[in-house]
Design a protein around this ligand. Structure first.
Ligand code: F6P
Length: 534
């Protein structure tokens, strides 16, 4: 099966309106997937049975099932780096065995989880004291990309369960970030977690050094060392940094940075919500893993989420995808998904190194509703670019006394997908203008501005309540979506060479900025910018 057959089908059905597809009274049910504890309604898209069959065949022909088994069982599917891809092992039960290079990795995963549990519960209960005998009131996680976005998103998402010390996140090398975060914190009561898989990332190491010095100025060099924790797979570097081994939580190279919040990189979250809640999150993710591994065809939620995405981006040619959680606490989900999806699937060559025959992953963006409605939804409804919208909403909020607000939130979410699909015709717009007293040409002119073309696709993911378990399901769902898309495109979703060139050039430019190296030899624009900035 090829992309061409799908493109041919799209050309045939393109003129048809999505709303007309609901002449099939069972469409909503047949073009939805219920799995784990969620409902994914993809009926408000142009997909019909033939398109779904073609997409399923595309995934099958790409070898999805074998590839999926290869991932779960620890084969080295990250072929450019020669690594297994085993974030699923971080949430696997002790009953499972997963071998990498002949060794079962699950016992070590659980040993580390146990160390994290012990550490976080002793910190939360006050058993772990500061070097000066006080109680830790604040935790600062210093990391960037995958060592920041996951836990930062999760701490915000699970705020109703946050009963541990305050947790802060510093990622940007812009000094403003660490300055504003540390301002108001007491260095004597602050635990600094340095989260970096490689322990070489310049932003993180620069910020970590600043934080260590900030503490040392208050409590002295030696004591400052006791206020540091390292989350890393680079034992050599954490030792060089002088972090004592019992404060190092390690993980293997088969955990990709953007897939790492389930293990040590999630320590700040575990400190915030406690080990039991963290376990619930892992349980949720595990339920999604089991589902993804076993559900067939249309019943498979991550598969369908991925295929809908492929349909919209690779087949219909819509350049971007908006993720619109009607859940304020998922405010960081779009940023998290930008890394997850764009760092994974923003590639230009296939696994074999040959140029891709189709476009790679889409631009992902978004904001929580209803805020976005008062900003960029104008373009979504009436702009000339079509943006497939992925709505998400909970049946229930965490605040029973704010049930009215929640109803309004849900009503807004549903109204948006309705408006996108149904639109408003010129005739309807003219009738409104007539009722408002406009006549003749002016009525037509005014009406033209109030036409909504409609026929714009969207999906809606409904979940019961944003508990740790559901949150785990949602994140795992997106991870698996990225996996499916990568397999269908034939790319390696687990390397990220595209971030390297800029890093190398930044290292070379820093001494130029400092005036230690001449600007000669740089391109004219960069020379000019350096001169203006120094
Ligand atoms: O620069 C990209 C990247 O390598 C991401 O893939 C990663 O999540 C992030 O940097 C941080 O890396 P580390 O955890 O090694 O500091």
């Amino acid at each position: 099966m090829t992309f061409n057959s799908l493109a041919g089908h799209w050309a045939e059905v393109q003129a048809r309106r999505i709303s007309d597809l609901f002449e099939d009274p069972d469409r909503a049910d047949r073009f939805s997937t219920s799995a784990a504890e969620m409902l994914f309604d993809w009926s408000k898209t142009a997909l019909d049975d033939k398109a779904v069959d073609l997409l399923l065949a595309l995934a099958k022909d790409a070898g999805l099932e074998d590839r999926r088994e290869a991932m779960f069982s620890g084969e080295k599917i990250n072929e450019t780096e020669g690594r297994a891809v085993l974030h699923t092992a971080l949430r696997a039960s002790t009953a499972r065995k997963v071998f990498v290079d002949g060794e079962d990795v699950i016992p070590e995963v659980h040993k580390t989880l146990k160390r994290m549990r012990d550490f976080s519960s002793r910190l939360r209960s006050g058993q772990i004291r500061t070097p000066t005998g006080g109680r830790y009131t604040d935790v600062v996680n210093i990391g960037i990309g995958g060592s920041d976005l996951g836990p930062a998103m999760a701490v915000q998402a699970l705020a109703p369960y946050h009963d541990g010390p305050k947790v802060h996140f510093v990622s940007n090398v812009d000094g403003a970030h660490i300055h504003d975060t540390l301002k108001g914190l007491n260095p004597a009561n602050t635990l600094v977690i340095v989260a970096s898989k490689t322990f070489t990332t310049i932003e993180t190491m620069t910020n970590a050094k600043f934080a260590r010095d900030w503490i040392a100025r208050e409590v002295g060099e030696e004591a400052a060392g006791h206020q540091l924790v390292a989350l890393s797979s680079n034992e050599e570097k954490t030792t060089e940094w002088g972090v004592s081994p019992e404060r190092v939580f390690g993980f293997e190279d088969w955990v990709g940075g953007r897939y790492s919040m389930w293990g040590p990189i999630g320590l700040s979250l575990m400190i915030a919500i406690g080990a039991n809640r963290f376990d619930e999150m892992l349980d949720g993710a595990r339920a999604m893993d089991t589902h993804f591994r076993s559900a067939k065809g249309r019943e498979n939620l991550p598969l369908m989420l991925a295929l809908v995405g492929i349909w919209h981006h690779q087949i219909c040619g819509y350049a971007t995808r908006a993720v619109l959680p009607y859940e304020q606490r998922l405010a960081r989900l779009p940023a998290y998904l930008q890394q997850l999806e764009m760092e994974s699937n923003g590639k230009r060559v296939g696994m074999d190194g040959a140029a891709l025959e189709t476009v790679s992953g889409p631009v992902v963006w978004g904001e929580p509703g209803t805020n976005g409605q008062h900003a960029f939804y104008q373009l979504i409804h009436q702009g000339t670019a079509i943006v497939p919208c992925e709505f998400m909403v909970a049946k229930e909020g965490h605040e029973p006394d704010l049930a009215h607000q929640h109803r309004l939130l849900v009503a807004n979410c549903l109204a948006q997908s309705q408006a996108l699909m149904l639109g408003r015709s010129m005739e309807e717009a003219e009738a409104r203008m007539a009722a408002a007293g406009f006549e003749g040409e002016e009525r037509t002119r005014q009406a033209a501005h109030c036409v909504f073309p409609g026929n714009r696709p969207s999906t809606t993911l409904v979940y019961p309540k944003l508990t740790p378990r559901i949150f785990g399901q949602i994140v795992a769902l997106y991870e698996h979506r990225v996996f499916v898309e990568g397999v269908v495109l034939g790319i390696n979703s687990y390397d990220q060479w595209g971030v390297e060139l800029g890093k190398e050039l930044a290292v070379a430019l820093e001494p130029v900025m400092a005036g230690d190296v001449s600007v000669d030899g740089l391109d004219g624009s960069t020379q000019q910018l350096v001169k203006h900035l120094t």
